[in-house]
Design a protein around this ligand. Structure first.
Ligand code: FE
Length: 230
């Protein structure tokens, strides 16, 4: 079976930008449900291959229900990693790439806020590396940007209403501005970018068993949780 990855911080760690109630519901209900549906749909085959392969295969054969739930499981896991309860900034090769593609970090942030605010309906706003350049892109509903192998996601923000409604009501713009200024995990983005430049493995959704450096435990509600040991 596929796991619900444990949050890399406590549910109140991102306050006041994202409240604990939002995090508890978002991770413990929304994300958990996507994982549960994938596991129910696949039965014994769940977790037998990397989630990325399940997503790509479901997309290729037009299985929208499996794709939507599996991709949402992946997107949320990447979203938790895309946030940090401390202020970070682009460094190293990523800082150079930001300067080359956007001029300055402020312009990139403005672009991400504008793209996410302007996206109609539910979706995700990403910073990706594609063909040697950084780009800001929005994807709709559950869509992921990496089915094209040349595109490497570096950061993502969830712009579904469930991500911000308790804290910001309908003001997605204010959520995105606070998110990019105070929560975006530039250290994670820099790691992803450096790995992409070296041609090394990028972020992968944790597998249920046998993933080096992980331990698996059962949550109080029966959900399988995982915390990476770093
Ligand atoms: Fe979400």
């Amino acid at each position: 079976m596929y796991l619900l990855p444990e949050l890399p911080y406590s549910t109140d760690a991102l306050q006041p930008v994202i409240g604990a109630e939002t995090m508890k519901t978002h991770h413990g209900k929304h994300h958990a449900r996507y994982v549960q549906v994938v596991n129910e749909m696949l039965g014994d085959a769940a977790g037998a291959q990397p989630l990325e392969d399940t997503i790509a295969a479901a997309h290729a054969r037009g299985d929208r229900k499996l794709f939507n739930n599996a991709a949402q499981a992946w997107n949320h896991a990447f979203f938790w990693e895309s946030m940090a309860p401390r202020t970070t900034a682009p460094t190293g090769a990523l800082a150079d790439a930001v300067a080359a593609s956007f001029g300055q970090a402020g312009a990139l942030k403005d672009r991400l806020v504008a793209e996410g605010t302007g996206h109609f309906g539910s979706g995700w706003v990403w910073l990706v590396a594609a063909k040697g350049k950084l780009e800001v892109r929005a994807t709709h509903d559950a869509d992921v940007p990496w089915l094209d192998e040349a595109t490497v996601p570096l950061l993502v923000c969830d712009v579904w209403e469930h991500a911000y409604y308790l804290d910001y009501k309908n003001d997605r713009n204010r959520f995105l501005r606070a998110w990019i200024d105070r929560l975006a995990n530039w250290d994670f983005a820099a790691e992803q970018y450096a790995a992409a430049l070296r041609g090394e493995a990028r972020y992968r959704y944790p597998l249920a068993t046998g993933t080096p450096g992980t331990k698996v435990r059962q949550g109080s509600d029966g959900a399988v949780l995982e915390r990476r040991i770093t």
